[in-house]
Ligand binder design. Structure first.
Ligand SMILES: O=P(O)(O)OC[C@H]1O[C@H](OP(=O)(O)OP(=O)(O)O)[C@H](O)[C@@H]1O
Ligand code: HPA
Ligand SMILES: [Mg+2]
Length: 175
């Protein structure tokens, strides 16, 4: 069977939800500056769209991490591939992710970043797969809870493809 993409969340729904999240974040951070941290590569599309809909002052930084382990299963130990440019001390930090799956990436990343002394630290994710959770992470803003299916689009890839799709889809026809 050929590889095809089934739409799970259409573009209009994604846009509408990001608009709502932007509004809520703007209310919650009233009178403050929010420092958005994008976890590359997956978080980049969501963070750009979200940032455009936040009405309080925004600053942004980017980091890239990779999980590595002994076997095929990720150990969840996070190795920083590209670190942030700016210190976090005294900042109201909002980590922006495309998806929380096992929770391993964010669990370890939070530990590392909290040691840098931010004033506050919260998490915003476009997608959450709660059924798959291995590490307990407290998520503050969620776009959509989704079932345990491998999704692509809006930053999410399958073998580095499909990140540019403007909707959330499920890859079908692959093993
Ligand atoms: O909750 P977890 O099980 O840790 O999975 C979620 C993480 O995995 C994906 O990133 P990936 O490491 O594939 O890199 P990418 O963002 O560059 O695609 C995704 O973007 C999250 O960062
Ligand atoms: O469902 C997913 N799709 C793409 N990348 C991912 N990383 C964790 N879960 C996923
Ligand atoms: Mg990622």
């Amino acid at each position: 069977m050929a590889e095809t993409i089934r739409v799970l969340v259409p573009e209009k729904e994604v846009d509408k939800r990001i608009e709502e999240l932007g509004k809520k974040i703007s209310e919650d951070y009233a009178g403050k500056q929010v420092h958005l941290i994008c976890v590359l590569k997956g978080g980049v599309f969501f963070m750009c769209e979200l940032a455009k809909r936040i009405t309080v002052p925004v600053s942004m930084d980017f980091m890239s991490v990779s999980s590595y382990g002994a076997g095929t299963e990720s150990s969840g130990i996070v190795k920083i591939v590209k670190d942030l440019d700016e210190p976090l001390e005294g900042k109201d930090v909002l980590i922006v992710e495309d998806i929380i799956d096992s929770g391993r990436t964010l669990f370890h990343l939070m530990k590392i970043l909290k040691e840098r002394g931010p004033k506050s630290m919260h998490i915003c994710t476009l997608l959450d797969k709660p059924e798959r959770r291995v590490e307990d992470v407290k998520v503050d803003y969620v776009g959509f809870n989704i079932p345990d299916e491998f999704v692509v689009g809006y930053g999410l890839d399958y073998a580095q493809k499909y990140r540019n799709l403007p909707f959330i889809g499920v890859v079908e026809g692959v093993e």
